[in-house]
Every structure is written in structure tokens, then in C-alpha cells.
Design a protein around this ligand. Structure first.
Ligand code: ARG
Ligand code: ZN
Length: 882
């Protein structure tokens, strides 16, 4: 167990927020980049902040891992008695109210494996400053409420680093002696340091143009390694669509003359919205139909949009402090989801977002790391770039729109920008803009920002035939989470319809209302328990609840199997239709899990099979929706439904259901596969994507059948595929059988030079039921394409195994836990952020059956006891052991 001592990292609290003692008006940076060190000269124009409580407060700048060369105050060199430094700061006690401070530091990007601050990748220079990376570049007030105008001059060798980029507009360039050159950039917008960016290297550019609705000409540039220039077209098209969409939907235009995107292979996250110079993980830029799947194409479109949308929701209006992270992230995820819905199929996008939320965020909310979308404390802020802050945050933003309507939401957005453009604000400011623009009381709604945990809505229906009325009684509860025992009722939008016996929507009229309205309506649930009575209901209805997933809650309604089947076949709301199928599927999986634990028979129920048969036969349904309805929940999601997790029983149950459906619906799957097989040349559009997804779901079932003819289908698809979607789907079916070895070898030989394709090859094996073992993963870590320093590789192989291969990771002998502990400690020395992500694999430990629970606990304790643990990993393991 970790002991509490002076070195124990201490949490930072939201309630301790104080404004900065100084503000910075202007920053001039000069970077002298070189192979074995780089020099950063900074000139800050500062003034005392009148809003700070102490008018004589010292100036304390943040700084980490810096070698200080000199400090000058108003032109005078300070000797060591005039300032103090420690491992994380530089303090000047005697400060005038207005000052010019010049600081020179030396840093080592060439040995910076944390990928935080300035670092090297493939010989080039890149930065990542959010959240607190800028302090690894120079001493600064590294907090988002300090916003300054930045000028950046970069000096470097002309041949080694010909391209030199930073934020804003390029205003000058020239050559120097020793074959060096310089480029100067000026960013006209005030910004916090976390939005600073610098790139230097040998890069090629795809260039395009965009004219905004008011006539501003914008140069668009995507910078990548020369070999990747043929994989940028989709990213560029996505960028232009995003720019147009934000003008049309929110009236928001781009504000600089140049918009640059740079792709880098070593990157901790997806991408970063630095002003005018976004830096992206290559995974979210590079795509060619033969190297990237439909899922990759979708992901690129969404992340390009996300980072572009941040220019307004994040950059023009930013966060006061990092507790407000969801202010920009929840809102920007909501915006990118709305964009994706408009670009493709809205119901499909919505169902996929719900699946992500339930699989990952509900799990987080039920575990040791549970936190509200606005956390109250953190040890390491990088641990709070979570599915809760992002995805649940987006659900909270969506609820404003559900309650206020699209137009009301737009009025709130307009007021938000009118009030706060150029400011660093809080989630309360956003909520106030929504409330004031609509004259709507959102006080109770504030609890979504402060209460963690997933609420459960229990709904019961009572039909009164004599009165022709139907009463819904809705009660809400929210489980205790770490540090929060008691919860108060939330303000929950409950969208619903009522279905008649034929599955069609009945008119809806609440008691007291003059007329009935057809379709969906939104009830505002605010009490711990409350009732809603519908009148003029001619027959006992089937309620269609939580339409379009109108709130991030768990729904409890005692549906009968026949009611679920009716919804699956007829509900006008695609989400509810899918949900009814999931509910039935989960019920039956639960029965199978219990049977597997008891050593019983694992057969399927007839009504389930025939409901699925009907889904497959429904020609009117979007093929993508059919594919989703036939997709089984993840093993980890099933684990989260158990009071005690037995990984082997979960795997056995899930596989029994898959094989059972494959056997029962063999001819239907074959027919679907044949009908969709031949699609001509690859195209990326909603319809083609939908057809490929259903075809490949059918193949995934057929490949479960132990029949040579079925494996031949997969082999043929693998051999003939002209696109990665089909190729990967075929390979996924094959790897579960010995026949897959040849295909895997061929795949690796063909794609050895394509890092992102090799990531798929690692993941396929890590999550395969045949190959995904500790021994295999360890062996693959020795493969020449693997690197412990590269986050994409670590995520693709180790992350996939620990997080997505339930039965593999939880091998009964405990080898998965020992492997996890060893790897977390090894990665922690290189890259703490990455190590902390891996450490999340322990978050479910208290729910495992006793044998595994003991194994996980001792692995956690071993990590916790390790000397020199990073703050990042310390926070995860200590919260697990609390
Ligand atoms: N703001 C970025 C995005 O959402 C994510 C940056 C996260 N970086 C980090 N080091 N935690 O697009
Ligand atoms: Zn973001």
C-alpha cells in the first residue's frame, strides 16, 4: 500500500481557485533548435492583476525540467539572490506592478519521451502543451486564465528542419550563418499557453483554399511526412465540410488567414486544437481506402471537425481553470456529434455514441475514478481527459438542446459568444447564457456538473381503461460514488412516445392540455418521484422511453418479451428500436452467463432468434441499423452488469450466443452476405458504409461456423478486398482459426511500412480469442514494428489486450495482472500519461471473483509501492486501493 509521506502527491481543489497575481500582455519567444539541446528565450510583458487579493504578491512562474540560463528584469540581469527556483517554479518576490521579464532556458526535446512539451518524433520537432506542457518549454504562468499575444521566432538548420511553423500568421523569414534559417510568426489573438504550438522538420504539404461566408480567404494546409502525402484528401475534405457546417449551424466563421494541420506518429491523444496550428495523431489524418477502414474515415471526419470547432468553443472562449475542462470538451464533442449526424446517418451516429458512453463512461462512473463532469479535485489533470468529461459532458450539453429546442440552444450559444468572446470562463457561465437567452430555470440542472454516477430512471405504467388514461410514474436514484454519498434529484429530459398495438405512435395529450400532438414529446423530470398522466389513450400502450437516448441514465421498465419484439419491429425511434433488441439480448446473455457458471446448457430462446430473423429480413431498415442490432455488447459491458465478474463465463455466454445465432440464421446470413458482397469500387458515403457494415457483420457470424466453406468466404474476401474495411473484417474472422496464421503473415508482409496498418495487425491478435494471451502479447512486443515509446503501438497491442480482451487479461493464473504491472512500470519511466491510461485496466478489480480479485490487488499494491512513480500512475493506483 502506498504510504502517505511528504512526497505523496497532493490533490488540487476547485474550491481553492484564486485569480493569478500577474497577467501577461505579450510574449516574444525565440527557439534555437538543435540536435542535442534547444534554447528558448522568452520576453514577457507583465502587469499586476488588480483582481488578485494581495497587491504585493510575488510572481511565481511554472517551470519543469528546465535549465535556467538567465533572468532579466526590466533590462537588468538578476543574480541568484533576487529569485528562487525549485523543481516546479521560479519566484520573484520583489516585483514592480509593470515589468518586462526576459528568461533564457535550455531544454532537451531529443530525450523527451513524455510527448508533453517540446519533443522529437522521426527527427522532427513537435509540441503538446495542453494541459500543462508549456511549463516544460519555459517559465510561464501556465494556466488558462492568463491569455497573452504570442510572437514566435524559430531558428534551426535549413536542411534538417526546413519547415518551421507556429501559431498565427508568418510575418518574416531569413537565413543566418552556419546554414541556419529563421521564421517568425505572430498570432493576433490572445491565448493561454496551452494553445501554443511549434513544429519544425522535413514535411510535405497538401494545400487548398476556403472562402468563408463573409468572404475571408483562408489557406488550408495539411503537413505530413512526404510518404504520406497521398493519404490527406479525406482529412482536407472533412475540414472544408466542418468549416461550412459551423457557419450554417452556428454562424461561426474562421478568423485567421491560414489553418494548418500537422500529423505526427508519436502523440498521446487524438489531436490538439492549438490556435491556427492543430497537431494531430497520424491516426486521425491519414487515410487511403486500402489502408484505412470506414471506422477510420469516420473517426478522421469527427476529429478534424472537433479540433476545428474548438477554434470557437475552446480558443475564442476558453476555460478559467482545468476543472472547467468539460466547458470546451463536452460542448465540442456535442458539436462534432451533431456534425457527424448531419454528414452520415443520424440514428446510426447516435447509437454508436450511446454504445461508447455505456461501454466506457458508465464503467468509469461506477468505479474508483468516478467524477462529475466538473471534477472537484485532481492529482494529475491529464488523468481527467476522460470519457466522463468528454462524452458525458457532451450528453449534458445535448440535454440543454433537448430541453430548450434547437432554436433555443442556438440562442444560448449566441449569447455565450456575445458575452464571453476573448474570455476564460466557467461551466456556470455557459449554463447562465442558456438560461438567460431562453428565460428558463437551469438551477437544478447544475447538479449534472457536480454529481458523479449514472442515475437510474425507474418507470412504471398504469392503464385505466375506464378513463382511457395512462399514467407513468417516474422515479430517479443515483448511486453513491467516491466522496459523494448522497445525491439530489437531477433535472432529466425524458423523451417518449406511446405505441399502439400495431406499433404506430399514438397521439400524446397530458392531462390539462387542450390538444394531442403526434410523435415524440419531452417530459421534464425533476422530482425524486413524479407522475405524468396521458388522456384519451384508446388502448393500453407500449411506452417508447428515453427516445434518442434523451439523458445519460439507465432506464428500468418491466417490458415483456412481446413488447420488446413489438418495439424492435416497429418503434419509429431508431434508438428505441435498437435498444429493445439490446434489452432482449442482454436478458438472454445474462441467462447464458448464469448457465455457464452453473455448467448448464447454453441454448438460445426461440423468441429472440425469431426477432433477430425478422430484423435481418426487414428490407426497409437501414443496413447499418440492422448491423448494429446484430452486434453483441462488448465483454466488458457484460462484466459491468454482473455483481461478481466471472470472465470465462462471460466469454462462454457471448460466444454461445454468437454461434447459436450463426447456426440458427445460417441461410439468412448467407443470403445477406451474397446480396451485399459485390459493391464495385470502394466509395466512402453513408450508403456504401452501411452496406459494408452489414455484409461484414454477416461474415463475422458465418466465420463462427466450423465449416470450410464459410472460412473460404473469408479467405476469398481477404484475397480480393480492394479496401481495408473488407480486408480487416475478413482477417478478423480468420484469426480465430488456425487458417488465420497465413493471412496474418501475408498482412504483416504487405503492410510492414505502414505504421497505422500494423497497429490493426497488433490489435487483431491482442483481442483474438485464439491468439490473445499474455505469452503472445509479450512475443509481439518484440516485433520490429512495435515500440514501447509509441503510444499508438502501446494502445494497439497492450491497451487492447488489457482493456478489450476480458478473458485474456483475466487469465486465471494471474499472469495478465503481473504483465500489466510490469508494463505499466516500464511505460511510466518513458511516458506517465500513457502508463496511467494502461493502469485503468485495474478499475474493475473489486468486482472480480475472489481469486482474481486477490491477484489484481497484489499487482496494484506492487505498482503502488514502486519508488519514483509518476503523479499520473500514483493517482490511478491509489484511488483503486482506497
Ligand atoms: N484538447 C484536445 C482535444 O480534445 C485534447 C488534448 C489532451 N491532451 C492531454 N495531454 N491530456 O482535442
Ligand atoms: Zn477537444
Amino acid at each position: 500500500m502506498a504510504k502517505l509521506d511528504v512526497n505523496t502527491p497532493q490533490p488540487i481543489q476547485l474550491k481553492d481557485y484564486t485569480p493569478p497575481a500577474f497577467l501577461i500582455d505579450k510574449v516574444d519567444l525565440t527557439f534555437d533548435l538543435d540536435e542535442d539541446h534547444s534554447r528558448v528565450s522568452s520576453r514577457l510583458v507583465l502587469h499586476r492583476n488588480p483582481d488578485h487579493p494581495d497587491a504585493r504578491a510575488p510572481l511565481t512562474l511554472d517551470g519543469k525540467e528546465l535549465t535556467l540560463e538567465s533572468v532579466k528584469l526590466d533590462g537588468e540581469i538578476l543574480d541568484g539572490s533576487r529569485y528562487q527556483t525549485d523543481a516546479e517554479s521560479l519566484t520573484i518576490a520583489a516585483m514592480p506592478d509593470n515589468a518586462i521579464l526576459e528568461i533564457v532556458t535550455v531544454i532537451h526535446p531529443e530525450t523527451n519521451t513524455s510527448l508533453n512539451g517540446l519533443y522529437r518524433s522521426g527527427g522532427n520537432f513537435y509540441t503538446q502543451c495542453e494541459a500543462e506542457g508549456f511549463r516544460k518549454i519555459t517559465y510561464y504562468l501556465d494556466r488558462p486564465d492568463v491569455m497573452a499575444r504570442f510572437t514566435t521566432t524559430i531558428v534551426a538548420d535549413k536542411n534538417k528542419w526546413p519547415v518551421l511553423l507556429s501559431n498565427g500568421n508568418r510575418v518574416g523569414e531569413g537565413t543566418l550563418d552556419r546554414n541556419r534559417h529563421w521564421v517568425k510568426w505572430v498570432d493576433p489573438f490572445k491565448k493561454p499557453a496551452y494553445l501554443f504550438a511549434l513544429v519544425g522538420g522535413k514535411l510535405s504539404r497538401l494545400a487548398d483554399r476556403y472562402t468563408t461566408s463573409s468572404g475571408r480567404e483562408v489557406a488550408l494546409e495539411i503537413w505530413v511526412e512526404p510518404a504520406d502525402l497521398d493519404k490527406c484528401d479525406h482529412a482536407m475534405a472533412s475540414l472544408k465540410k466542418s468549416m461550412l457546417w459551423d457557419e450554417q449551424r452556428f454562424g461561426l466563421e474562421y478568423d485567421l488567414d491560414t489553418y494548418m494541420i500537422v500529423a505526427v506518429g508519436d502523440f498521446n491523444m487524438g489531436a490538439m486544437e492549438n490556435k491556427g496550428l492543430n497537431i494531430f495523431n497520424t491516426k486521425y489524418v491519414l487515410a487511403r481506402s486500402d489502408t484505412a477502414t470506414d471506422v477510420d474515415f469516420d473517426g478522421i471526419e469527427a476529429v478534424i471537425a472537433h479540433e476545428y470547432f474548438h477554434n470557437w468553443t475552446g480558443n475564442r472562449v476558453t476555460c478559467r481553470d482545468w476543472f472547467q475542462l468539460s466547458l470546451k470538451e463536452g460542448l465540442t464533442v456535442f458539436r462534432d456529434q451533431e456534425f457527424s449526424a448531419d454528414m452520415g446517418s443520424a440514428p446510426v451516429q447516435r447509437i454508436e455514441a450511446v454504445r461508447t458512453l455505456r461501454t466506457h463512461q458508465f464503467a468509469e462512473d461506477a468505479g474508483p475514478m468516478a467524477h462529475p463532469i466538473r471534477p472537484e479535485s485532481y492529482i494529475e489533470i491529464n488523468n481527467f481527459y476522460t470519457v466522463t468529461v468528454y462524452e458525458k459532458g457532451a450528453e449534458v450539453v445535448r440535454m440543454y438542446q433537448t430541453l430548450l429546442g434547437r432554436d433555443g440552444f442556438r440562442r444560448g450559444m449566441d449569447l455565450y459568444f456575445k458575452r464571453h468572446d476573448g474570455q476564460a470562463v466557467t461551466c456556470d457561465d455557459f449554463r447562465a447564457a442558456m438560461a438567460d437567452a431562453n428565460d428558463y430555470d437551469l438551477n437544478q440542472f447544475a447538479r449534472w456538473y457536480s454529481q458523479a454516477g449514472t442515475p437510474t430512471l425507474s418507470v412504471r405504467g398504469q392503464y385505466d381503461a375506464a378513463a382511457a388514461s395512462y399514467t407513468l410514474t417516474v422515479s430517479q436514484t443515483c448511486p453513491a460514488t467516491p466522496g459523494q454519498g448522497e445525491k439530489l434529484p437531477m433535472h432529466i429530459p425524458l423523451a417518449l412516445g406511446l405505441l399502439g398495438p400495431d406499433g404506430a405512435d399514438l397521439p400524446l395529450q397530458l392531462a390539462g392540455e387542450q390538444e394531442a400532438l403526434a410523435g415524440t414529446r419531452v417530459l421534464s423530470v425533476q422530482e425524486a418521484s413524479q407522475s405524468f398522466t396521458f388522456i384519451n389513450v384508446p388502448v393500453a400502450p407500449v411506452p417508447s422511453l428515453l427516445r434518442n437516448f434523451s439523458a445519460p441514465v439507465k432506464l428500468d421498465f418491466p417490458y415483456s418479451r412481446a413488447q420488446l419484439a413489438l418495439q424492435m419491429a416497429h418503434d419509429s425511434d431508431a434508438f428505441c428500436r435498437w435498444e429493445a433488441g439490446q434489452t432482449m439480448m442482454l436478458q438472454d446473455l445474462q441467462t447464458l452467463i448464469e448457465a455457464a457458471r452453473a455448467g448448464g446448457e447454453l441454448g438460445l430462446k426461440d423468441d429472440f432468434v425469431s426477432a433477430m430473423r425478422q430484423v435481418l429480413a426487414d428490407d426497409a431498415l437501414d443496413p447499418a441499423l440492422v448491423a448494429l442490432m446484430l452486434t453483441l455488447p462488448a465483454e466488458t459491458y457484460l462484466a459491468d452488469q454482473q455483481s461478481e465478474i466471472d470472465p470465462d463465463a462471460i466469454r462462454a455466454a457471448r460466444e454461445a450466443m454468437k454461434l447459436g445465432l450463426a447456426r440458427a440464421l445460417r441461410s439468412e446470413f448467407k443470403a445477406v452476405y451474397s446480396r451485399l458482397q459485390d459493391q464495385g469500387a470502394y466509395r466512402f458515403d453513408a450508403q456504401s458504409v452501411a452496406r459494408r457494415s452489414l455484409k461484414n457483420v454477416a461474415l463475422s457470424y458465418l466465420a463462427e461456423l466450423d465449416e470450410p466453406a464459410m472460412l473460404e468466404l473469408a479467405e476469398q474476401q481477404f484475397a480480393r478486398a480492394d479496401n481495408m474495411t473488407d480486408s480487416q473484417a475478413a482477417l478478423t474472422g480468420l484469426v480465430n482459426w488456425a487458417e488465420g496464421d497465413a493471412a496474418l503473415a501475408g498482412f504483416a508482409a504487405k503492410w510492414a511500412e505502414e505504421a497505422l496498418v500494423m497497429d490493426k495487425w497488433f490489435t487483431l491478435q491482442a483481442i483474438s480469442r485464439r491468439l490473445g494471451t499474455v505469452a503472445k502479447v509479450k512475443a509481439l512486443m518484440q516485433h520490429p514494428a512495435f515500440a514501447l515509446t509509441n503510444p499508438n503501438k502501446v494502445r494497439a497491442l497492450v491497451g487492447a489486450f488489457l482493456h478489450s480482451n476480458l478473458a485474456g487479461f483475466h487469465a486465471a493464473d494471474g499472469s495478465g495482472y503481473e504483465f500489466a504491472a510490469d508494463t505499466i512500470l516500464a511505460v511510466d519511466k518513458l511516458n506517465p500519461q500513457m502508463a496511467a491510461r494502461l493502469a485503468g485496466c485495474f478499475n474493475r478489480w473489486k468486482k472480480l471473483e475472489p481469486g482474481r480479485r486477490a491477484g489484481m490487488r497484489s499487482a496494484l499494491e506492487r505498482v503502488a509501492a514502486h519508488a519514483g512513480l509518476s503523479r499520473d500512475v500514483y493517482e490511478i493506483v491509489s484511488k483503486n486501493l482506497q
